[in-house]
Design a protein. Structure first.
Lengths: 1150, 378
């Protein structure tokens, strides 16, 4: 821009845009916080709320953190205005993860919205709810999704499908089965829109569970053209994987063309033409191994082989295998093949994907082309060529992607694209990357007939202003010339002309660009000459002549290398050699390092190859140069000089002095050595194809050439077998599952009662049976389509149970013995830890439903911690600060005592302290007359309305007089309307009022429920799935405690940890400590598997609530704790879980 | 799967940020992308679509427009993509869900201070099997226009031979029809079409069997199909550049004229070329039209229509950098032109039939050919 006009231009443009920007949201973006946003959010007008939210959005857009408005924004979720809702959702989704606790408050409204009559509202609620991504609400979301999956509106069902990956992202193992079942259900939908979204969900949730596809394969193929484009892309990939896993590769396809299939072909009686083609190609390769094959329909077998193996195994695996073992045969040999002609499934896939080659979405075309490339018979692959070429006429980036794919196709089957070489001619808008790819493709697909036109083009490109591209063109010319000996001469002429042309600019206008073109030209010439040096003598001489004018060191080096290498070829070169060597010797000192090295090498070689008569002259030149080199500044050159001198001492050293025989022998050795080193045939590095990586066509990995996250090679052919019983049972399971988040699989594989023996075996299996039957009833008719399994549902579970239950009981029974054994082994250590008061027998496998490794741990010991209650000290919170209360300080602590009046009341120990010097009169706490705004909905959330008549505060007796520095404690009984929202009270003192807020502690909404471990396990087993919530947190308190370590008798680390945890939990929540299980392991530092159980019941309705803490980690490190809450009250359970996690994670006071 | 979308301004500053999955991406990543200025992958197609829709909504795509309408942009992005997977990209449906900004809503918001652009109801089309069409739109005008818009790509090599000439064309339809009409379009010479791509509304089976386009059109303007016709022989205009260098000065002359008369007026003729970096200064004079040399050394000669009396020519000298005798590289000339009223590929529409319509609508056909990548090497 013009800086001098900057100021005015800017203000002008501002002024002019102001006019157009009236009525837009521009002012909100430019000055989002020029008004106070908070009051606007609380406004009762939707328009003001809207404005506030827009301002917040603007701040988010500009990268500010406005999460502090979260509580106020969340409140607005209840708004009826669609626009407010939408804006709140946008905000919520951005910050939900940051403020999980507040986000939970909105869940109720979402659940309400899910029942709205407007499908748009339902869909948005579901999307936002799933987008919040909190572990605790995953079960709720899953229920919502399964409800929405049966919604009458297509849009809502589509959103349900989209929500599944979000739930899956939370990585809760217990939900996996339910999610997969929902995916299967949605794949069965009759709307193409839903199928597309379901396919996307499938691809991200369970891409390997191809049996889900099997049920609907045909129908999915047929709806494919109607699915929206984005879904098509995913669905094509899934169908391809399924077809390969189910039927294997197609034997007519190019994927198998390299393999010797004659026996298979004859077995199956394949078409004659195919067999013939195969033989032809074999014969052809037998004849001309090195030459590129360009005849009709034949492909480069080794490339195709690599490509197909890479597709199946992933290039990294394939390459590593290829490197370490030269045995090419792999397990692929045992593959099953199928025929596209006989197999209906593959036929229908090809039939339904071929019209997609006309799609206007490039990615769809690419995906469809990929299917044909892998599955279609060779003669049909032609189909994909034109659509692919047509894709190039789009944006530069899509062009690049398409070319990357064409590059591989053309490498494998050059004949495919050979007739269309004109399409790869450069257009001026191409980027350098695109041009480079086009060049590579052009040199791959060139044929005898097209090479002349391609050369015409190349000649034009050489003059392109982009010198890097010109250099690449020169390289491509070299490649083509090596492929087609017929045109080699023309190429050489052109390249020589170019080299001399370029070298004329060498001195003055030498930019880097010119240098690389020249270098590449010489390099290409060298490569072409290398094919047939003897017939290109003139070219070498020409180059030697141009040495004078070429100044680029690397180029000079290459020419000098040729001098040495071809010094004994033809008639002319030996004649000019003496002159050349003298010239080189003369300019040796002014050369660059790399050229000097080449000069030394070349001289050595010349000497080696020289005949007797010239030997003397060369020897002189060489020793002159060696002398120069010995004094060179560069030590590489000095080294090289010494090396050559030693090596060629027999040539250099005067042969007139006769020396001993030993000397003679060593001379012979060095002569052979020198011959080997200088005269050895250098093998051209093997073609780059072997190191090339091939990824599936159309994948991102293919473009970036490394495995992008989520890349999967094709499945193993025929790995999916419908006769396989495991798949059948899988389907049975699926059918039983109503998709409500309950995880039955654990309910019978991991049965706690059968192990502990406190309940008999029959009753537990009854329970599980009832559960699974209930599940199948719950699904109703929705699963009728999976009729395959329906029959089995009613008898299978029983059989299943009895089968699985027994073997599972056995190892656990065995572990009893095991434990004793290990216990006696470690006895010495264990006895020394005096604090272990008692040993109970082994852990009754309480890892039920807990999907974490500690359940594998077989042996553990149970201890009881004595005097723990003595150490429990409830947390004291301030109700009124002396600074605010004229010297009156009021503190409160939740008490573990229970109210005798009503179960809804919570007991508080309130202490009034007079910090002032004057006495205080008439102290009393009373209810705030004004009810809280949101208590209405809040109460509905937790408590049934039957208790509505219980007052918020049981009236307390007035404290008549409180003397200076006197303290009075009073027991208060309070009813909180909601377990998160504070209760507003008014404190009377000396006739004045102070508003105070009593914050509830969810930990005291329960009372201890004493039970033994057996009952605990049984109860826990009754609260699976959506009644179970888990979260992880880090616990660090114990470290400080352990470091104190001076208390004798309690120095057992585990015990200290357990006590820390138990005290912390019991100080903050009114629970009963059921048991403490300790792992017994060789490693005393490893606290993993330590398990604490607490039980309690809700005050309001006596619903039991179980808490389990499982530790992971070592004693002196921060411990990873898995907190699990089992409770029927969903919202309460979630909030409790959050509370426990927070209190454990917060560091100890003091 | 996309993880996040950032909209950047021309200076690389983040205008908007939208996180799509649980894995948050820090906005500092943008700086890297800005330096690399590359974006590749299959998601790219979706980003193009987003850009299309946004510019469709905002009437352009620049920093100010995004700032002005950031709420709409957010709302649109939210509708278009969910958890990294495209949700609704059909512009017709989006328009019903989120109203584009227009004069009326602007005025309303100024006057009343309230206006909502979020629709209260779910567009019915989401449920239909033709999601691209609004359910039962009512149009007062009953008309349909079919335009053949073609772009001619050609390469003319240094020695003046035609290396390649092909046409990339689009059939653009503008339909204002009521109800759920079913249209059939057939070409007189469909066989000349080399490659084709279709709008999702086109039924693919009839094309496979009879090369007939059968479709239920979306409302308004849309691209029915695109096609390519290869190996054409006739180009409408020629451009003959000549460069001769001598002792650091390069003489340039460019002649333009009609080669194969398309029998329709050719207008908007332009010739553009990039001066090589070694050119220090240029002195160019045309005998018709105007020449502009832009900051990035692009010369643009706009001719407009060809005059009747003379052949337009451009001549002048280029001064080369010191030490250069001759011009080492040669620029490529990009030619632009427009021919109204004809499709140079020769594609002809045979007939357009209607089904399911109460009254016969008005039909209009037009052709237009532009230069695409029409390059002449010197």
């Amino acid at each position: 821009m013009f800086t001098q006009f900057g100021a005015t231009a800017e203000s002008l443009s501002k002024a002019s845009t102001m006019v157009f920007r009236i009525g837009t949201d521009a002012h909100l973006y430019d000055d989002p916080d020029d008004v106070n946003i908070a009051p606007l959010l609380d406004s009762k007008f939707d328009s003001e709320k809207c404005e506030a939210l827009k301002r917040l959005l603007a701040l988010i857009a500009q990268g500010f953190d406005v999460s502090n408005f979260f509580p106020q924004v969340v409140k607005n979720v209840a708004s009826q205005s669609i626009e407010v809702k939408k804006l709140v959702y946008l905000y919520l989704l951005h910050y939900a993860e940051k403020r999980p606790n507040e986000a939970l408050l909105s869940i109720n409204y979402f659940q309400k919205d899910l029942g709205d009559t407007n499908p748009l509202v339902r869909a948005w609620a579901l999307r936002t709810m799933a987008g919040i991504r909190l572990h605790v609400i995953a079960p709720l979301v899953l229920v919502a999704v399964s409800k929405c999956a049966r919604d009458p509106s297509v849009y809502v069902r589509k959103c349900a499908a989209n929500a599944l990956p979000k739930v899956h992202d939370l990585r809760l193992e217990e939900n996996t089965a339910a999610i997969e079942e929902l995916v299967g259900f949605l794949l069965n939908d009759n709307s193409p829109g839903v199928i597309g979204a379901a396919a996307a969900a499938f691809a991200s949730v369970c891409p390997t569970n191809l049996s889900l596809i099997g049920r609907n394969y045909r129908r999915l193929c047929e709806t494919l053209p109607d699915v929206e484009e984005w879904g098509q892309i995913v669905l094509i990939g899934i169908l391809l994987r399924y077809a390969i896993a189910r039927h294997g590769l197609v034997k007519e396809s190019i994927m198998l063309s390299s393999r010797d299939l004659e026996n298979i072909a004859s077995e199956n009686g394949a078409s004659d033409t195919y067999q013939k083609g195969n033989e032809d190609s074999n014969a052809y390769f037998g004849l001309k191994e090195s030459n590129a094959d360009l005849t009709n329909g034949v492909c480069k077998s080794e490339v195709v082989d690599i490509v197909s193996r890479s597709y199946l195994e992933g290039p990294d695996k394939y390459l590593s295998k290829h490197r370490c073992a030269d045995v090419l045969s792999s397990e692929l040999e045992g593959l099953h093949f199928t025929s596209a002609k006989d197999n209906e499934d593959i036929k229908i896939l090809l039939l339904c994907t071929s019209p997609l080659l006309w799609s206007h979405n490039s990615a769809v075309v690419l995906a469809a082309a990929g299917v044909h490339w892998i599955m279609a018979p060779k003669e049909d692959i032609q189909k994909i060529v034109k659509p692919l070429l047509f894709l190039m006429r789009s944006s530069n980036s899509s062009k690049y992607v398409v070319l990357c794919n064409i590059q591989v196709f053309s490498k494998a089957v050059p004949s495919l694209f050979a007739p269309h070489f004109e399409d790869f001619f450069m257009s001026p808008s191409d980027s350098y990357q695109v041009k480079a790819l086009k060049l590579e493709i052009l040199s791959t697909i060139a044929t005898e007939s097209s090479i002349s036109s391609i050369f015409q083009e190349f000649q034009d490109y050489v003059k392109d202003p982009d010198r890097k591209f010109a250099a690449d063109t020169v390289a491509a010319i070299g490649l083509c010339a090596q492929q087609f000996p017929k045109v080699a001469n023309t190429c050489l002429e052109g390249l020589l002309a170019l080299a001399s042309h370029e070298s004329t600019y060498g001195d003055n206008a030498a930019t880097d660009g010119e240098a690389i073109v020249l270098l590449q030209a010489i390099y290409s010439i060298k490569a072409i000459i290398g094919k047939d040096p003897s017939s290109n003598e003139k070219v070498i001489v020409h180059l030697i002549r141009s040495l004078e004018s070429i100044r680029v060191p690397a180029a000079r080096g290459m020419i000098i290398w040729m001098v040495g290498e071809y010094s004994d070829i033809g008639n002319v070169i030996p004649k000019v050699l003496p002159v050349v060597l003298k010239y080189l010797a003369r300019c040796f000192t002014v050369e660059e390092v790399e050229t000097k090295l080449q000069i030394l090498n070349a001289c050595g070689k010349v000497l080696l190859h020289s005949k007797e008569e010239e030997l003397w002259a060369y020897r002189k030149v060489l020793s002159y140069m060696l002398d120069l080199a010995r004094c060179d500044l560069n030590y590489d050159i000095r080294d090289r000089a010494r090396f050559i001198k030693e090596l060629l001492s027999c040539y250099i050293g005067s042969s007139d002095t006769e020396e001993g025989k030993a000397q003679q022998e060593s001379r012979d050795v060095s002569r052979v050595l020198a011959g080997r080193i200088f005269g050895g045939q250098i093998k051209a590095p093997s073609s780059e194809q072997f190191s090339a990586r091939f990824y599936l066509p159309g994948s991102l990995s293919h473009v970036v050439l490394h495995a992008a996250p989520g890349y999967e090679p094709l499945p193993r052919p025929c790995s999916l077998n419908f006769e396989d019983p495991s798949i059948n049972s899988n389907i049975v399971e699926g059918a039983k599952r109503p998709g409500d988040g309950a995880t039955q699989s654990e309910s019978y594989t991991d049965d706690p009662d059968s192990v502990s023996g406190s309940l008999n075996e029959e009753s537990t299996s009854d329970y599980s049976y009832a559960d699974s039957i209930g599940g199948s009833d719950g699904t109703g008719g929705s699963n009728v389509s999976s009729s395959l399994s329906e029959v089995d549902v009613h008898k299978e579970p029983l059989i299943h149970l009895s089968e699985v239950g027994y073997p599972n009981a056995n190892p656990d029974g065995g572990s009893h013995v095991d434990n004793q054994y290990s216990g006696s082994n470690n006895l010495g250590e264990l006895i020394s830890t005096r604090s272990l008061e008692s040993w109970l027998d082994e852990n009754p496998n309480s890892g039920h439903n807990l999907s974490e490794p500690s359940s594998i741990r077989k042996s553990s010991a149970r201890i009881s911690i004595g005097h723990i209650h003595g150490r429990v000290e409830p947390k004291i919170c301030a109700l009124l600060d002396p600074a605010n209360g004229n010297g009156l300080s009021v503190d409160y602590a939740f008490s573990s005592e229970l109210s005798s009046l009503s179960p809804l009341l919570v007991c508080l120990q309130v202490s009034f302290k007079n910090c002032s010097t004057e006495p205080m009169m008439n102290l009393q706490l009373v209810e705030d007359n004004k009810r809280q705004d949101s208590s209405d909905h809040a109460s509905a959330m937790t408590e049934s309305s039957s208790h509505g008549d219980v007052p918020s505060l049981v009236p307390m007796e007035e404290i008549a007089n409180l003397g200076p520095s006197e303290t009075i404690n009073i027991m208060l009984q309070v009813r909180f309307r909601h377990h998160l929202l504070p209760l507003k009270l008014v404190l009377w003192c000396n006739g004045k009022t102070y508003p105070v807020k009593l914050r509830p502690d969810i930990g005291y909404f329960v009372r201890p429920l004493p039970m033994d471990i057996g009952v605990f396990s049984a109860k826990e087993a009754q609260l699976p799935g959506m009644f179970e919530y888990t979260r992880r947190c880090i616990f660090t308190d114990h470290i400080g405690e352990l470091k104190k370590g001076d208390k004798p008798g309690t120095n057992d680390q585990f015990l200290v940890i357990c006590e820390c945890l138990a005290v912390k939990v019991l100080s903050n929540a009114n629970f009963f400590l059921v048991s403490v299980d300790m792992p017994v392991s060789a490693n005393l530092d490893d606290a993993s598997g330590l398990r604490l159980r607490f039980s309690g019941e809700l005050l309001s309705n006596s619903v039991p609530c179980l808490v389990t803490l499982v530790l992971e980690g070592t004693c002196f490190e921060p411990l990873n704790i898995l907190v699990k809450v089992n409770c029927e009250e969903t919202v309460f359970g979630l909030n409790l879980l959050n509370r426990i996690v927070n209190l454990l994670a917060e560091p100890a006071r003091g | 799967m996309l993880q996040c979308i950032f909209l950047l301004s021309d200076s690389g500053e983040v205008l908007l940020e939208k996180q799509l999955t649980g894995h948050r991406v820090d906005r500092s990543i943008c700086a890297w992308f800005w330096e690399q200025s590359i974006a590749q992958g299959d998601s790219f197609k979706f980003l193009c679509r987003v850009a299309d829709v946004l510019s469709d909504y905002l009437g352009g795509l620049n920093e100010d427009l995004i700032k002005d309408n950031f709420v709409i942009v957010y709302e649109l992005l939210d509708e278009m993509i969910d958890n990294g997977f495209p949700l609704t990209t059909e512009p017709n449906i989006l328009r019903e869900m989120i109203a584009p900004p227009n004069i009326v809503s602007k005025v309303l918001s100024v006057v009343t201070g309230t206006s909502s652009n979020v629709s209260n109801t779910l567009p019915v089309a989401t449920a239909s099997c033709v999601p691209w069409r609004k359910m039962d739109p009512k149009n007062t005008s009953n008309e349909v226009y079919v335009d053949l818009v073609e772009e001619m790509d050609a390469i003319i090599s240094r020695d003046g031979t035609l290396v390649k000439c092909e046409i990339y064309g689009e059939v653009q339809v503008n339909s204002h029809l009521s109800g759920l009409p079913d249209l059939t379009l057939s070409f007189a010479n469909a066989s000349i079409l080399n490659d084709v791509r279709f709008h999702p509304c086109v039924r693919l089976r009839p094309w496979e069997s009879q090369q007939i386009l059968s479709f239920v059109p979306p409302d308004g303007q849309f691209k029915l199909m695109s096609y390519r016709v290869k190996k054409l022989k006739n180009i409408p205009i020629y451009v003959k550049p000549q460069l001769s260098s001598d002792s650091g000065i390069c003489r340039i002359s460019v002649l333009v004229g009609i080669k194969n008369d398309p029998r329709k007026p050719i207008d908007s003729i332009t010739v553009e070329f990039q001066l090589p970096p070694c050119v220090l200064s240029a002195n160019l004079t045309p005998n018709h039209g105007t020449v502009n040399i832009l900051a990035n050394k692009t010369c643009s000669w706009s001719i407009g229509r060809l005059p009747k009396d003379k052949a337009p020519s451009l001549s002048g000298t280029l001064v080369l950098a010191a030490g250069l005798e001759r011009l080492p590289v040669f620029p490529t000339f990009q030619v632009g032109f427009r021919v109204m009223g004809t499709a140079l590929s020769g594609l002809q529409i045979d007939k357009l039939d209607f089904k399911n319509l109460p009254s016969r609508p008005y039909k209009g056909f037009r052709g237009l050919t532009r230069a695409g990548e029409y390059q002449v090497r010197s």
